[in-house]
Design a protein around this ligand. Structure first.
Ligand code: S3P
Length: 174
């Protein structure tokens, strides 16, 4: 793969990391997870950082990590955190420097996956019980949709496969 930066965006639980790893392997590109990059940089887990430094500081770290990757690497597949496209003009930076792919999954499926993963790893969602979780995810999706919809490639629900993205990339001339 020559100079192709792929940014996977979408809500928590939409499968960005799982799919990102498969995609990176298929394309022969390095895979990065933005949350892991932040954890390495700040020396603590995302939930710890949120509770010690708050969301506004997290968003600064997130944007700095994103821009550092863009500045230092020509080719990669990056799984971004669910909120990354919505702060500090990150979506503009990703669209300018690579190809953005939105994994659009319905809130019911997202809630199930997040509960399976463990809701305590998601600081913005951990205070909701099962019933309220779907409503909160739906509200979050509504609020963030305007950013996610700026992605160059959008893939809905169960249609999300590596083959599908590779063929979308080809037809987009990437
Ligand atoms: C967040 C999603 C998380 C993580 C942080 C904030 C969000 O990433 O960046 O907890 O604002 O939706 P995942 O989408 O990988 O869970």
């Amino acid at each position: 793969m020559q100079h192709l930066r792929l940014f996977l965006v979408g809500l928590a639980g939409s499968g960005k990391s799982t799919l990102g790893k498969q995609l990176a392997e298929r394309l022969g590109a390095p895979f990065y997870d933005l949350d892991s990059q932040i954890e390495n940089r700040v020396g603590m887990s995302i939930p710890e950082y949120f509770s010690q430094q708050g969301q506004a500081n997290f968003r600064i770290q997130e944007s700095e990590c994103l821009n550092e990757l863009i500045a230092t690497q020509d080719s990669f597949v990056l799984a971004t955190g669910g909120g990354a496209p919505c702060f500090h003009f990150n979506m503009d930076a990703m669209n300018e420097h690579g190809t953005t792919i939105y994994l659009d999954v319905n809130p019911g499926d997202l809630a199930l996956r997040i509960l399976e993963d463990g809701v305590e790893n998601r600081p913005l969602l951990k205070s909701y019980d099962q019933q309220d979780l779907i409503a909160e995810i739906r509200a979050m999706k509504e609020k963030r949709q305007g950013f996610y919809q700026q992605a160059q490639i959008k893939i809905r629900d169960n249609q999300i496969t590596v083959d599908m993205i590779v063929s979308e990339l080809k037809s987009a001339g990437k």
